[in-house]
Ligand binder design. Structure first.
Ligand code: FES
Length: 158
């Protein structure tokens, strides 16, 4: 830990964490390398692919381009924070049901983005869904099963 480190105090997946971070450390690096939360994937490392999407106070951010210190005093949710008592979260379950993943690299980011989408715009129409998810790229599924998972979630909560 470099000498100029600053104490970061943040809630991650409902648990308070305090650790020393360097001013330029990214949130993705801190989550993955310091807290062992490797479900946050780093794909492009330049805020294009969405694999590193996490929720910061409920909003989707790209952890690769957010400084860890920007999370000071705030609430973070990563893919490890979803689901309880060994049960999948509803979005995770819907993705499984429709086969909305293949290699899985994009999946944590997609699932968190879908969580935020459904919280913000529960009955978004297909065009709004696609617009909301434009920052998340998937090279495997062709997006169809992902959109179908969202449709089923919307139907279940209507
Ligand atoms: Fe492979 Fe989306 S499942 S990139």
């Amino acid at each position: 830990v470099p000498a100029q480190s600053i104490e970061l105090s943040v809630r991650v997946n409902r648990r308070r964490q305090s650790l020393l971070v360097a001013p330029r450390e990214t949130l993705a690096d801190v989550l993955r390398d310091r807290l062992g939360l490797t479900g946050t994937k780093v794909g492009c490392d330049s805020q294009v692919c969405g694999s590193c999407s996490v929720l910061l106070d409920g909003a989707v951010v790209s952890a690769c381009t957010v400084l860890a210190l920007e999370a000071q005093g705030r609430e973070l949710v990563t893919i490890e924070g979803l689901g309880e008592n060994g049960k999948l979260d509803t979005v995770q379950a819907a993705f499984l049901e429709t086969g909305a993943l293949q290699c899985g690299f994009c999946t944590p980011g997609f699932i968190l983005a879908v969580k935020a989408l459904l919280a913000e715009q529960p009955q978004a129409d297909p065009e709004q869904v696609r617009a909301y998810l434009r920052g998340n790229l998937c090279r495997c599924t062709g997006y169809g099963p992902i959109l179908e998972a969202i449709r089923r979630l919307q139907e279940a909560s209507a």
